[in-house]
Write a protein that binds this ligand. Structure first.
Ligand code: SAM
Length: 443
């Protein structure tokens, strides 16, 4: 009898290398999409598992839902899915907690004509608009290299952004588009049909969609301005008091970050803040560093993260395109410290399991593994559960408890004005090397 060799999947290799093969069969199956994914998605998956080890995350805590995010969503959101570009993906409410943070920061109080720059603000500039409302006394400027020439909406409200050469820069058809190529073709077709209908005012409206030329105009009102520009190529007379650069540096390596910090130090006024890091829907999965300009240089004063990162059901806290991403390393290091405290870990895990059961989200089964999300729940809705969990865990004292554990472990830690666990930044340990050859089985 001929014995055929069964190819070992990437999911199996990751499971074996990082979890001694203990991931549930459902979680491993949900990673199947990685098999044909771009190199950046495969590397991200491998990095995620290495970060999980640093954070003492258990195989039984990786739900099929989280694994599905990795196997399905990641290959569609990484730069290789956007021809190498960083997608301007953003959403309303994403930086609400960062705005809370700024409103309560005790060591930064600009007094005359304060200026806020939202660097790499994305499009539509939802978070910049919200910050301009929240701080009416500030001049708020959104800056991004990907502002487009044409904005196309379909009849369902999904949109796409095209540059002046009619190249599709980005589209948003929900955060989990099942058929990206069909969406590309559909938006190109919409643009082709709408362009001849453009009026002098720069609008075209039809029953099948809507086209706006130079769409930034419609957002610039009152204290809100928008300018094309990027790190290293943007100037502002008089400088800025705060630069918020969220969900941008995670696409770049440490060398780029250092150049960005030196450039930001020149743009900031004395005492000004530079906030960088990442988060997700409703400010869930937060991890960010706050720098302050002192004697002409940026000094790291605070690293903070949201409490549900201690055992997230989201993928976001692990998302970064480079091993040396400081916020991911700091987050995994701090979470690993918390999870090394047996008493804290036991109480946190028990309470989180109870909250997940109450919400019907990935409830733990009799086999000890986290289960799948409830049928029919959209991923965006599940992502909102993470913000809900953060509120509940904070209100029940887990942020204060985490601060106490970090202090006992020798860190300077506190609860900041956004309700996040904050600490004086320390150099985190580097990520161990990859244990999996990522290009095996590729054709
Ligand atoms: C994932 S989006 C984040 C948008 C928004 N800051 C948020 O948090 O929702 C990343 C943005 O970074 C922008 N970007 C890419 N390279 C950049 C650079 N060198 N300088 C500034 N922004 C950049 C992209 O155009 C994109 O809009």
């Amino acid at each position: 009898m001929e014995i055929k060799e069964v190819p070992v999947t990437l999911a199996r290799r990751l499971n074996t290398a990082y979890f001694e093969g203990r991931l549930s069969p459902a979680a491993e199956a949900a990673l199947a999409g990685l098999e044909t994914a771009g190199a950046d998605a495969r590397e991200l998956a491998d990095r995620m598992f290495r970060l999980m080890r640093l954070a003492r995350f258990e195989a039984t805590d990786l739900s099929p839902f989280t694994a599905w995010l990795l196997g399905f969503s990641v290959p569609r959101t990484v730069p290789s899915a956007w021809r190498g570009a960083v997608p301007p993906v953003t959403m309303a409410g994403r930086h609400r907690k960062i705005d809370d943070y700024l409103a309560t920061n005790p060591w930064h109080r600009p007094d005359t004509d304060p200026v806020f720059v939202d660097l790499g603000c994305g499009f539509p500039p939802f978070t910049t608009i919200e910050t301009a409302h929240r701080f009416p006394g500030w001049r708020v400027i959104g800056v991004d290299p990907a502002f487009g020439r044409y904005l196309v909406h379909d009849a369902a409200g999904n949109y796409a952004l095209f540059d002046s050469e009619d190249r599709l820069r980005y589209y948003q058809a929900g955060n989990y588009d099942p058929a990206p190529e069909a969406s590309h073709a559909r938006f190109h077709d919409l643009l082709r049909r709408l362009l001849p209908l453009l009026t002098e005012s720069g609008e075209a409206v039809a029953e099948f969609g809507r086209l706006t030329r130079d769409p930034l105009r419609q957002y610039e009102k009152g204290n809100l301005g928008l300018r094309p520009g990027e790190i290293g190529a943007f100037e502002l007379d008089g400088g800025a008091d705060v630069i918020r650069c969220l969900n941008v540096l995670m696409y770049f390596d440490q060398d780029f970050r250092e150049r960005a910090l030196r450039w930001a130090a020149r743009l900031l006024r004395p005492g000004g803040l530079f906030l960088c890091g990442s988060n997700w829907i409703d400010s869930a999965s937060s991890r960010y560093t706050v720098y302050q300009k002192e004697s002409g240089e940026l000094v790291a004063r605070e690293f903070a993260f949201s409490i549900e990162n201690v055992r997230p059901i989201e993928l976001a806290p692990w998302y970064a395109l480079h091993d040396d991403n400081l916020e991911n390393l700091r987050n995994a290091h701090a979470v690993g410290t918390l999870r090394a405290d047996a008493d804290f870990r036991r109480r946190f895990d028990a309470r989180l399991d109870a909250l997940l059961a109450e919400l019907g989200v990935c409830p733990r089964g009799a086999d000890g593994y986290l289960g799948d999300s409830a049928e029919g729940r959209a991923p965006d809705e599940l992502a909102r559960c993470s913000a809900l969990l953060a509120e509940r865990l904070d209100s029940e004292g887990f942020v204060d408890d985490a601060v106490a554990v970090l202090r006992r472990a020798g860190f300077e830690a506190w609860r900041n004005g956004a309700g996040h666990v904050a600490m004086r930044p320390v150099p985190p340990p580097a990520l161990g090397p990859s244990l999996v050859p990522l290009d095996l089985n590729r054709t």
